[in-house]
Design a protein around this ligand. Structure first.
Ligand code: ATP
Length: 256
């Protein structure tokens, strides 16, 4: 029996008169790669933002690993175990790769503000441990050769991997990746696919938005399709590929 990690029901999100998500329900099992696809403007990023606390849903239910996360703020969502990357890379360009990951790690430190200012032995020890862990994460995502480079000087593919390392620093149960392959060349995409498989094999469940359909078909255990804010299909990749409603949604939309 697969164990449910994330469960949402009847999620509604409105922006003024526009209903961006309309009665969306789905569950994600522990250990799977769950994909979210749909034409432009279908509501994928809005759903991501709801699941990571950035947008407050108007209606519905949202539970995750035993926590009720409905209308909960982003920091509580991270504490519950959901970490994310963004469609548009959001790194601190002036900071090194290592420092960018250390920031993610600080969400889990115990030193406190006073301790950090006084730089007590406890704080120094904790800082060293954070730096070591950050280095290990950079190695894990395959970019330990650029530890001391400023983030803004990294190649696009490396920046994407750095974002993943930073999200992993929160030790999430669920890693939510918003178009991680956007702008990558085929060999970078292939490398990213292997990284995501490794993360999943190491026990982190993955929620993935991606326009690269080939990548989604190869990587995802199950895929949900959104269209005009509604879930129109949810299936194994093969079922999605041949689903008439999905084909119609894609052919009917002005989509790449
Ligand atoms: N903050 C916002 N304010 C107003 N409308 C919004 C906001 N965010 C999203 N929308 C609208 O909600 C709808 C869904 O957008 P969303 O970005 O979630 O789609 P998407 O499936 O992620 O699209 P894409 O593939 O282009 O990223 C769109 O009509 C969009 O204009």
């Amino acid at each position: 029996m697969s164990e449910t990690l994330l469960n949402i029901k009847g999620i509604v999100k409105r922006f003024g008169g526009l209903t961006a998500l309309n009665d969306v329900g789905l569950h994600i099992n522990k250990g799977e790669v769950y994909g979210l696809i749909g034409p432009n403007g279908a509501g994928k990023t809005t759903l991501f933002n709801v699941l990571t606390g950035l947008y407050v849903p108007d209606e519905g239910e949202f539970t995750f690993a035993g926590h009720n996360l409905f209308q909960v703020k982003p920091d509580k969502v991270v504490k519950a175990g959901i970490a994310r990357t963004f469609q548009n890379i959001r790194l601190f360009g002036e900071m090194t790769a290592l420092e960018n990951v250390m920031i993610g790690r600080h969400t889990r430190s115990h030193a406190g503000a006073i301790g950090s200012i006084l730089r007590t032995p406890r704080v120094k020890k904790e800082e060293a441990a954070i730096a070591q862990k950050a280095y290990d994460l950079l190695e894990y995502v395959g970019i330990s050769d650029v530890v001391d480079e400023q983030a803004r000087n990294l190649s696009y593919g490396h920046q994407r991997r750095l974002e993943i390392a930073r999200a992993l620093a929160c030790e999430p149960k669920l890693l939510a990746l918003d178009e991680p392959a956007a702008g990558m060349n085929p060999s970078e995409t292939e490398g990213l696919k292997h990284l995501m498989s490794k993360i999943r094999d190491d026990g982190v469940t993955i929620l993935l938005i991606e326009h690269d359909v080939k990548l989604m078909m190869e990587l995802c255990d199950r895929i949900a399709v959104l269209d005009y804010g509604q879930k129109i299909a949810e299936d194994f990749p093969e079922g999605i590929r041949t689903n008439p409603r999905v084909i119609e949604a894609y052919l009917g939309a002005s989509h790449e």
